[in-house]
Design a protein. Structure first.
Length: 570
């Protein structure tokens, strides 16, 4: 093999020098590359830190973004089974800055009226030329509308995302849940009562669990709404409550609203008849009078006899009965046939002071005890509370209470006589059952079971019966007080009941305001014809949901009352 040409091979020292230069060059390039990567990494880190800072502390016009976006602006509200009743969603909002509009404002007004016809072209033009800096055009806008407005291309239009409160079950339990105002604060119902809890960053990640059951609520609203329509009533209210815990399982007021659009509801629809409205609820008060008399020792036995003439002149007034006995009658018959005359005499024996004391212990002299802010106060005769007023209060005239208070009273009477405050929150570690206060004796509570079952089996509440569910209760038909006078033709009808009466577990109260007669009621507007059937249908639907099984053989001890019923009126 020939040796390399001397011209092509550098001397050894020269080769070493070239290798050293290449290494030095590579080292410099490596240093520059590392420096460049460090600079690049530093820039990325600065940008990332800036983004994180803005996400956590930046001004977003009141909106919560970035790191806190996983926590809703307002806590969810759920029913006792976890079904959502209110939640916060991220919705589209369309707004406009009139000063930033660069196109033809009249043409823009015409386009906005076409896309959002809730305002006319003239109204939109007035907004655009008003000189004001900002207007909301549509909140909770649909994606299609957002796309169409965005296509208008005017920089004065502002389209953004913002938190919005959604009520997925629309009007269900609307007066219980309530709604929020335009700024996201609670304006009514639970939203208002628990505004601080729902908006507190420490708690809003946890839903607020109500005692309401959506299934029971739906059944109550459906049946009561049908009755309101059938009898052309101007309003209605209903409550279902757990006797032993005071939990409100369903509560409604009609007419109602859609909390997703509360501004569309009338003032009448916003009014909560179940807790804020107070009404004379008539004969549904009579069981309280009889129970008071039992505890006071006035009534020794349900067979105790009273004189029940066709009319009762007393204290310068006359007391009437719808179906007068015209003879002596027992306490059992007085309750069964809802005798004003008999109950008035019992109340007279109790006397004003004892009557007031019992009503006070039952919570009927104060505001409704519930977490909601919409709470009414019972109306009583006040300084005019004399002997005759004591008698009329005994049969439910001259005292006005909220339907929830009436339900609370029945729960007290049949929870062995112990009062527990009602609650709209599910009982549990965060809402334990408080110690109750005794109002009636256990013996009186027990005796009242058969009396109220008698009313449904043989008396004025027959149409409230639901086979197998042992409903007991009392009808109430009260003349409505209009301009200081009792109307002879306009009524408020109600029914307060308990089931199953042999082992009381649940209270149901329903009320219709100004029901009208129909051909099926033969011209009558009394409770036995219009609200009693609502109770029957509602209990038949909700009892299986509550674990109450129909049983045709179980009953309270009716042998305690039936021997004292000498005549059953049809």
């Amino acid at each position: 093999m020939n040796a390399p040409s001397p011209a092509l091979v550098a001397p050894r020292p020269e080769r070493l020098r070239l290798v050293g230069q290449r290494r030095q060059t590579l080292a410099v390039m490596h240093q520059r590359l590392m420096f460049g990567m460090l600079v690049y990494g530093g820039i990325v880190a600065i940008i990332a830190l800036r983004i994180l800072y803005l996400a956590a502390f930046g001004d977003h016009a009141g909106r919560k973004e970035g790191l806190t976006a996983l926590i809703p602006d307002r806590g969810d509200i759920v029913d006792r089974d976890g079904e959502p009743l209110a939640r916060t969603i991220d919705a589209w909002t369309i707004a406009i800055h009139p000063s930033k509009v660069i196109g033809d404002k009249l043409a823009l007004a015409r386009s906005l009226a076409r896309l959002m016809p809730e305002k006319t072209e003239d109204q939109y033009f007035q907004l655009l030329t008003s000189g004001k800096p900002f207007f909301y055009l549509r909140r909770r806008a649909s994606p299609a509308l957002v796309e169409a407005v965005n296509a208008l291309g005017d920089p004065g239009l502002a389209i953004q995302r913002e938190p919005d409160r959604l009520y997925p079950q629309t009007s269900l339990a609307a007066h219980v849940i309530g709604f929020t105002d335009i700024d996201g604060h609670g304006a009514a119902g639970v939203e208002r009562a628990f505004d601080a809890y729902l908006s507190d960053p420490k708690t809003r990640g946890q839903p607020l669990t109500l005692s309401i059951s959506s299934r029971i609520q739906q059944a109550l609203e459906h049946e009561l709404g049908d009755a309101m329509a059938e009898f052309s009533a101007i309003g209605a209210a209903g409550v279902v409550m757990d006797v032993h815990t005071g939990e409100v399982l369903a509560m409604t007021s009609m007419p109602t609203i859609n909390p997703n659009a509360p501004g569309q509801g009338t003032p009448e629809a916003h009014f909560n008849r179940a807790t804020l409205g107070v009404f004379e609820l008539g004969s549904t008060f009579k069981p309280f009078t009889v129970a008071m008399a039992m505890d006071a020792g006035v009534i020794k036995s349900v067979g105790q006899i009273y004189n029940c003439p066709n009319v009762l002149p007393v204290y310068g007034h006359v007391v009437h009965d719808t179906h007068p006995f015209g003879r002596s009658c027992s306490v059992a018959e007085i309750m069964m046939e809802s005798s004003n005359i008999g109950t008035a005499q019992i109340a007279d024996q109790i006397g004003k002071e004892r009557q007031r004391a019992f009503l006070k212990k039952m919570g009927f002299m104060d505001r409704v005890e519930i977490e909601l802010k919409e709470r009414g106060r019972a109306l009583t005769p006040g300084n005019r509370w004399g002997p005759f007023e004591t008698m009329t209060i005994g049969f439910g005239q001259g005292i006005a209470v909220a339907p929830l208070q009436l339900a609370m009273g029945y729960a007290t009477l049949f929870d062995n006589g112990v009062y527990h405050p009602p609650t709209i929150l599910k009982r549990g570690p965060s809402n334990p059952l408080p110690a109750g206060r005794r109002v009636f004796s256990e013996e009186t509570s027990y005796k009242m079971r058969s009396l109220l079952r008698l009313v449904v089996m043989k008396g004025t509440g027959k149409k409230a019966d639901a086979p197998g569910y042992r409903i007991g209760g009392k009808t109430g038909t009260a003349q409505k007080l209009i301009n200081g006078h009792y109307s002879q033709t306009i009524n408020i009808t109600s029914f307060a009941g308990v089931f199953p009466m042999d082992d009381p577990k649940y209270v149901i109260v329903v009320m219709l305001d100004e029901p009208k007669a129909t051909k099926d009621t033969y011209g009558f507007t009394t409770a036995g014809w219009n609200v009693a059937p609502v109770v029957s249908r509602t209990v038949s639907r909700i009892a299986p949901m509550l674990g109450v099984q129909p049983n045709m053989t179980r009953e309270p001890n009716m042998g305690e009352v039936l021997p004292f019923v000498h005549e059953t009126k049809e």
